[in-house]
Design a protein around this ligand. Structure first.
Ligand SMILES: Cc1cc2nc3c(=O)[nH]c(=O)nc-3n(C[C@H](O)[C@H](O)[C@H](O)COP(=O)(O)OP(=O)(O)OC[C@H]3O[C@@H](n4cnc5c(N)ncnc54)[C@H](O)[C@@H]3O)c2cc1C
Length: 422
């Protein structure tokens, strides 16, 4: 359940493996953070080698998505921002392409449907309770892949989880797009240059919570998206974005911040003189909520040391990118041209026999999730969880007993990357 990066990939992979697959999504479109929040670049998909060459670290179904976007002129070549890199895409077109992609694999999608509970029988979730315009219903799956981003199914079933680091999560951000931008000028600004301009605005009285940002040029002419707001309480603590009151407050605060930034960019940043907000994400961007406890836990040491476990089902080289406290963002880069692997056990929910997690709610420490949460590895984890779920359903085996070697062979056969060609 959940139709974001992980959920799209999980559903497509499961259906491709030949099992009946239902994808449940609360919004009227797929894409999750990538569409609902209006992002503009896929991250974590490539490694930068020798500061010059790019090597893909995510393949498989992500490439299918990229190809479909390319056919619609809705994705551009990777763009570097210093030591990081994003693949710009149009978030509106992604909604259409995601529909096409799941339909092509034979997934049944059920939109406008909210998962609100589960029924647990022993160590199995034997029903998922949903609510939609049709009322309340129970769906009885053999296996569930929880790609809600918030670990909803796992939490409803009583699985253990951590809310960030003892309640301290990464700050969320309201995302917005500006049109009427001279993207030639705006796109040539470096992050330090933008930071200096925004710091000047702060010194002249604008209450900006964050000044560290880059400009993400959209494939649509004159449009950029900005990832610059920062959501948190006045005392500096972060919201719990699984709490409805906090979520409501975050939406209100984030929208107000977006319009302050519009004014500041128009006044201070070259290329933005005539810029106007054309859309704000349908919901606040959530970087982190529940981290579900799995059979294994991805740790920051494993990320920093580029550990490549034998049981890995996904790879990335994205840095540890932390949005917390102050007006900056902390980046801890991996060694040039290296990557780490996410072990299978990070998808297997501890204590439940038929529930997987994939995406930003994987089993990881707060610090490690700061890297694994970006779109590239979320697609890759989803694809692995989808194949594993199909294997578990077909073979009638527990999630932790899925033969990992067979799963890895299937992933590689389908173009997933477990050993990047660096
Ligand atoms: C502000 C911000 C900026 C970011 N910028 C980038 C970037 O530039 N590049 C990048 O690669 N990554 C970026 N990320 C991170 C990345 O986009 C996300 O972490 C990733 O896309 C998460 O994918 P996911 O599938 O795990 O979860 P989500 O995208 O959160 O998807 C979860 C899906 O489940 C659905 N859902 C949730 N609960 C329920 C329920 N109870 N019932 C039914 N459906 C439900 C949601 O509607 C959603 O569609 C950013 C994140 C944020 C917050």
């Amino acid at each position: 359940m959940g139709g974001g990066a992980a959920g799209i990939a999980a559903a497509c992979a499961a259906a491709r493996s030949g099992v009946e697959t239902l994808l449940i999504e609360r919004f009227g479109f797929l894409g999750g953070t990538l569409t609902a929040v209006t992002l503009g670049g896929f991250c974590g998909t490539h490694a930068i080698v020798d500061d010059s060459r790019l090597a893909r670290v995510v393949g498989g179904l992500y490439l299918d998505l990229e190809d479909r976007l390319r056919k619609r002129n809705a994705v551009s070549d990777p763009v570097r921002h210093g030591r990081i890199l994003g693949v710009p895409y149009d978030s509106v077109c992604l909604k259409l392409v995601a529909d096409e992609m799941v339909a092509a694999q034979g997934v049944t999608a059920l939109l406008h449907t909210h998962v609100v509970g589960v029924r647990r029988e022993g160590d199995r979730v034997d029903a998922v309770i949903v609510e939609n315009k049709g009322g309340r219903a129970a769906i009885c799956p053999r296996v569930v892949v929880d790609c809600s981003g918030d670990g909803d199914v796992a939490a409803f079933a009583g699985a253990e989880y951590a809310l960030g680091d003892d309640g301290r999560t990464q700050a969320g951000s309201t995302m917005f797009r500006l049109a009427g931008v001279d993207t030639k000028i705006a796109g040539s600004l470096t992050r330090p240059q933008i930071r200096e301009l925004l710091e000047r605005a702060v010194s002249e009285g604008y209450p900006l919570p964050r000044t560290a940002t880059g400009v993400h040029v959209n494939p649509i002419e004159g449009v950029v998206h900005l990832n610059v707001t920062r959501l948190g309480r006045p005392d500096g603590s972060t919201y719990d974005l699984t709490n409805p009151q906090d979520l409501t407050e975050a939406e209100r605060v984030g929208r107000a911040q977006a319009f302050v930034y519009e004014e500041v960019f128009r006044r201070y940043v070259p290329g933005f003189e005539r810029a106007r907000i054309v859309d704000i994400g349908a919901m606040v961007g959530i970087r982190e909520t529940r981290l579900v406890k799995g059979e294994e836990v991805l740790t920051e040491e494993a990320v920093r040391n580029c550990v490549k476990p034998k049981s890995r089902i996904a790879c990335t080289s994205w840095p540890l990118e932390t949005h917390q406290g102050g007006r900056g963002t902390t980046w801890e880069f991996l060694p040039d041209g290296d990557y780490y692997g996410i072990p299978y056990g990070c998808l297997v929910v501890r204590g439940l026999e038929n529930v997987f997690v994939a995406g930003r709610n994987l089993s990881a420490t707060h610090a490690a999730q700061a890297s694994a949460r970006v779109a590239g590895p979320c697609f890759a984890m989803g694809e692995a969880a989808g194949i594993a779920a199909a294997m578990a359903a077909r073979g009638n085996v527990r999630s932790r007993d899925v033969p990992i070697g067979e799963l890895q062979r299937d992933l590689e056969r389908q173009g997933a990357i477990l050993t990047p060609a660096l």
